[in-house]
Design a protein around this ligand. Structure first.
Ligand code: ZN
Length: 326
């Protein structure tokens, strides 16, 4: 099918290559990925056309400025990245929309940059690659100091894509000797799911009910885990939350198919989240557009639901005018 909008598609700009981890790639693969991340109007556009993808929602590849330890430099890098992203969107009208980069090392600067990116550069949301690095370790966004940033997101009515990154050094002990589990094979999902749970259990969504978060990889396992968590929280610890945890998942989260092209998982996510909360994504260049499209075009989902997942939901969430933007 044609007309798809793919929502977790990555780019890199030359001065940001230093933030792309080499840990899980051979030198040859790293070089190949940098080339694919840097290409915008060549092979990428050809693959999109061949896979029926009209519009790609672009974000700066992990770890991006979340990995920058110098706050002032992070602020500068975020601003530059948004200018570069806006240039791409302008250069290829209708093919791309952008997600902003922000430096939460400085929450006030992140708010100002988010406002600029959305209002002046037409970014349709923001992508953060997990926690923000700090000399003390990492900072997760359930911290009180990030509350004004969440309020700003809700006021601007744009979503936040919570994208994975490697866990903190101090949290890697369980993977010692089995480093193949540390990255996108498994550790990314655990790290991101736990971060999302920190947001939920902190009460963030009671305080900012309009905040919307997107999780890739069909929800980083959360659609399959929260029922049990909900029951055990009630039985063991109680909770100050005003609603069961699954309701926050249903009302404040979207999940995208990036890198999880597996029909039983999709059907389970649809049953838990509902058809309005599932989005098509590839995770290019780490996954192949052709594989994602071939799989999705054959999933046993009703035609009008397929249209919502592949296009309609994303068009609404990211304010993409499908006649103009793709
Ligand atoms: Zn990704």
């Amino acid at each position: 099918m044609t007309g798809k909008i793919a929502v977790e598609e990555h780019v890199v700009f030359p001065e940001y290559e230093k933030y792309v981890s080499r840990a899980w790639m051979s030198p040859e693969m790293h070089q190949r990925m940098i080339a694919r991340l840097s290409d915008i109007g060549g092979t990428r556009l050809e693959l999109m056309a061949a896979s029926g993808i009209d519009v790609a929602v672009l974000s700066l590849v992990t770890e991006g400025v979340q990995g920058e330890l110098d706050p002032a430099h992070a602020v500068l890098q975020a601003s530059r990245a948004n200018d570069l992203m806006a240039e791409i969107v302008e250069q290829y009208p209708g093919r791309f929309v952008g997600l902003a980069t922000v430096a939460l090392q400085d929450p006030d600067a992140a708010i100002a940059e988010l406002q600029r990116a959305v209002r002046d550069l037409a970014m349709r949301g923001v992508c953060v690659n997990g926690f923000t690095s700090s000399p003390a370790g990492g900072e997760y966004y359930d911290h009180e100091k990030f509350l004004p940033f969440w309020q700003c997101l809700a006021e601007l009515d744009v979503p936040l894509y919570l994208h994975p990154r490697y866990p903190l050094e101090s949290q890697r002990g369980i993977y010692v000797g089995r480093e193949e589990l540390l990255g996108s094979t498994w550790g990314f999902g655990v790290e991101t799911a736990t971060h999302a749970l920190r947001l939920i259990t902190s009460g963030l969504f009671d305080r900012v009910p309009g905040a919307q978060v997107i999780l890739g990889h069909l929800g980083e396992t959360l659609p399959f885990a929260l029922y049990r968590m909900q029951g055990r929280m009630k039985a063991l610890r109680g909770s100050a939350l005003t609603k069961p945890v699954t309701e926050y998942l249903h009302e404040n989260f979207y999940v995208a198919t990036s890198g999880n092209f597996h029909t039983p998982t999709l059907l389970g996510a649809l049953m838990e989240m509902g058809v309005d909360r599932v989005l098509f994504a590839v995770d290019y260049p780490f996954e192949e557009m052709s594989e994602a499209a071939r799989w999705f075009d054959g999933v046993p989902v009703a035609v009008h639901d397929r249209a919502k997942i592949s296009r309609g939901n994303a068009a609404t969430l990211f304010a993409i005018d499908v006649r103009q933007d793709g």
